[in-house]
Design a protein around this ligand. Structure first.
Ligand code: PHE
Length: 338
């Protein structure tokens, strides 16, 4: 009987020291296995006097029952602990992504989007065209004769004699008019290329081309559209002024100025004291261009404009040098946010 109590107390302290299922299994073999403590004890029954055997046998069986139930209890505990440990170790910290810095749209994109949205609201469709263009669409279709200064090697990046990087978005006027008959109301947003570089010129910059062709279109329609854009971009008191100019593909042609948003027209360093800032070229579509594209110029007419996107962004945000747009300096880009 002493032996039974001894085994029970030894077992109790040993099982509490088991930290893994492996250790627990080893302990189980030690006590309940084929040559385990309890089995040996049970075998010793034959050495006892006959009358003590039943009580002894019963006690050993009770002990076996106790040991078995403690094994399964401890095994359950260890499984739980193992599960907790793995949950802890294999945890994925999903909060980490929130520490990533957020990007923002480039100021050129912001202005492009803003102007495009205004024009789309007025019913213009948005097109894009090839940046590598043929001489035909960039020049000839637009009534630019071969001796025009715009074709000078200094301005144009040529790929071959007849293929070049488009110097403006106007080739999309011709491409579109060839395909679609009036009424036409489209804009084309994209990159253009010129061999020119200083604080206000970049070899690559962005334009938004606008084209309307229908019956009885006038310069007043052009002016109204531009006034709408100007007042949305620079405030409702902004004035639009037309000055006579020349483009081979528009007749008459105009240079468009806005009243200076910095000084309200009084004259400051931004507008060089004039109160006006030149922002774009425009005009009534030259009948030659309409005819080149298969549109009857006696029935239809239209207007076109080409906005320099960087120029608008420079005026709106007070940016002194066009090269800042392309350097990807985050100190510059961060300021425009959403
Ligand atoms: N394509 C001209 C330029 O790049 C701008 C322009 C567009 C002028 C449409 C008139 C009409 O300078």
């Amino acid at each position: 009987m002493d032996k039974i109590a001894e085994i029970k107390s030894a077992f109790d302290s040993e099982i509490s020291l088991c930290e893994t299922l492996q250790e627990l299994q080893e302990l189980k073999v030690k006590y309940l296995g084929k040559s385990g403590e309890l089995t040996v004890l049970l075998k010793s029954i034959k050495d006892l006097p006959a009358e003590e055997r039943p009580t002894f046998g019963a006690k050993v069986n009770v002990l076996r029952g106790e040991l078995e139930s403690e094994f399964s209890k401890r095994s359950e505990q260890l499984k739980q602990m193992e599960m907790q440990r793995r949950l802890q170790e294999e945890r994925v910290d999903i909060s980490l992504t929130s520490s990533q810095p957020l990007g923002a749209l480039h100021p050129v994109t912001l202005i492009e989007n803003q102007i495009s949205e205004l024009l789309v609201a007025m019913g213009f469709e948005v097109l894009s065209g090839p940046e590598i263009e043929t001489d035909y669409y960039n020049f000839q279709a637009l009534n630019i004769p071969s001796d025009h200064p715009a074709r000078d090697m200094q301005d144009t990046f040529y790929v071959t004699d007849s293929i070049l990087l488009r110097t403006h978005t106007s080739p999309m006027q011709a491409r579109h008019m060839e395909k679609k008959k009036p009424p036409i109301k489209m804009i084309c947003v994209g990159k253009v290329f010129r061999s020119d570089s200083d604080a206000s010129h970049s070899p690559v910059f962005h334009q938004i081309e606008g084209l309307v062709v229908d019956k009885n279109i006038t310069l007043c329609d052009l002016k109204g559209t531009l006034e709408y854009i100007a007042s949305n971009l620079f405030g409702k008191d902004t004035k639009v002024r037309f000055r006579p100019s020349f483009f081979p593909f528009t007749e008459p042609s105009v240079e468009v100025d806005l009243s200076c948003s910095n000084c309200g027209g009084k004259g400051c360093s931004l507008c060089k004291g004039t109160g006006w800032i030149e922002v774009l070229g425009a005009g009534m579509v030259n009948p030659f261009v309409l005819e080149n594209c298969g549109i009857d110029s006696k029935k239809y007419n239209g207007y076109a404009f080409g906005i320099g996107v960087e120029r608008i962004a420079m005026i709106k945000y007070g940016i002194p040098d066009i090269r800042l747009f392309y350097e990807n300096d985050q100190r510059f880009l961060k300021q425009f946010g959403k």
